[in-house]
Design a protein around this ligand. Structure first.
Ligand code: ZN
Length: 182
């Protein structure tokens, strides 16, 4: 029962993907379907073309899921490099119980204090307003199938900068990674 349902979903997904690819001529009226398609293709172009897209920065795609892990746990950047980090929540659990965000911390931040305060900050999407100064950049809190992009400049100071999901409990079980500026 469950498996058949999943296969159906997967089949529909492939069909939708194929339909999207063959729909170039109706692209103008198809703006809702386009962002994910163009994001995917521009990301792969970026790998070939390097940092050609100056204005929006180098694109980095990260997913988060119901197992509370980021798909990317290490990002390398040049000092001051412009980066566009897109987080996609590919899980299925509701936002109130399994939301995800991507929060890049300043090195001076006390991470235990920050996640403790964050857990109390549901009304501000788990970004504690009294500790906003600990944050270099962050995305919105995302429910299932949502995505958000944050564009920022990597710190000029070489080093390792922690990024986390500040949803309660997620950092503690390993939803984190590092931006390595070198
Ligand atoms: Zn999370």
């Amino acid at each position: 029962m469950n498996n058949r349902f999943l296969i159906l979903i997967a089949t529909l997904g492939v069909a939708a993907f194929l339909a999207g690819c063959g729909k170039k001529e109706t692209a103008a009226g198809d703006t809702h379907a386009n962002p994910s398609a163009t994001a995917g293709s521009s990301a792969s172009q970026d790998k070939a073309a390097g940092a050609a897209t100056a204005a929006s920065g180098r694109q980095i795609e990260i997913t988060g899921n119901d197992t509370m892990k980021f798909s990317v746990t290490e990002i390398r950047a040049k000092p001051g490099e412009t980066l566009s980090v897109t987080l996609s929540n590919i899980g299925t659990m509701p936002k109130f119980s399994m939301g995800h965000n991507w929060v890049l911390m300043k090195p001076k931040a006390n991470i235990e204090t920050f996640v403790g305060e964050a857990a109390q900050a549901a009304t501000t999407d788990y970004i504690p307003q009294n500790l906003k100064g600990d944050v270099l950049a962050h995305t919105k809190l995302l429910g299932p199938k949502e995505k958000d992009t944050v564009t920022f400049q990597a710190p000029k100071e070489p080093g390792r900068y922690l990024f986390i999901c500040s949803f309660p409990g997620h950092y503690q079980v390993g939803m984190k990674g590092e931006l390595i500026v070198e």
